[in-house]
Design a protein around this ligand. Sequence first.
Ligand code: 3PY
Ligand code: MG
Length: 254
Amino acid sequence: AVAALAARFREGRPLVTAWCGIPEPAVAGLLAAEGFDAVTLDMQHGAHDFDSINRTIALVAARGKPTLARVPVGGFATVSRLFDAGVSGVIAPMVNTVEDARRFAALAKYPPLGERSWGPAPALALSGLSPDTYLREANGFCQTLAMIETREALAALDDILAVDGIDGIFIGPSDLSIALSNGAGLDPDGAAVRDALKHAMARTRSAGKRIGIYSLSGPRTRELIGEGFDLIALSGDGALLRAGAAAALREARG
Ligand code: 3PY
Ligand code: MG
């Protein structure tokens, strides 16, 4: 499962990932049992921490699916620990400068690309790879996605995409809408964000890298699949739970 994200990216099919903030492995395990292609665990706005992620990866892997994690802002030091634990991809929020991107890549990739420190015992156990094979192949399959969600990041986009060791970007449409409106409002599907998405898609394609995005709904996810995004996070565990409960109660009570 540790190499599954990169392998699925190579197939070129759009991937839809579940998004979990509830730090309970069973929640991610249940979503992995549905049709999601991957499960992402959120340490930025969700309540996941290293311990809960560590205990979740095997449950998702049991379904043959990759786990991704989003670290907190500036949480680059956690990146190699997460890869050691067996996640396939790390999403870093608020990567606003080329220096942020270089730091992220440096901690995610082994030399000569970066300076990741050795010690992936859980990932070796999970993958069955020998240490030599893991060392040779990890830079390829440990995927790094830099979040683009500010004006500063949009301005630095080409430079961020050009960093060796950054495999792609991931758009945060809510923060981007706040930034583009100078704080006037939240409009993740609005015209300003849509224009920025077209630009980001074109720049990412010309760099030959991956582009992901967060989506709040099924219909919006369908549109984003049509626009060619490689990875779309659909809703979140809490929102899905509440929507399911509301629908069941509506049916029960009429
Ligand atoms: C955003 O929309 O800003 C995000 O970070 C999505 O999770
Ligand atoms: Mg954000």
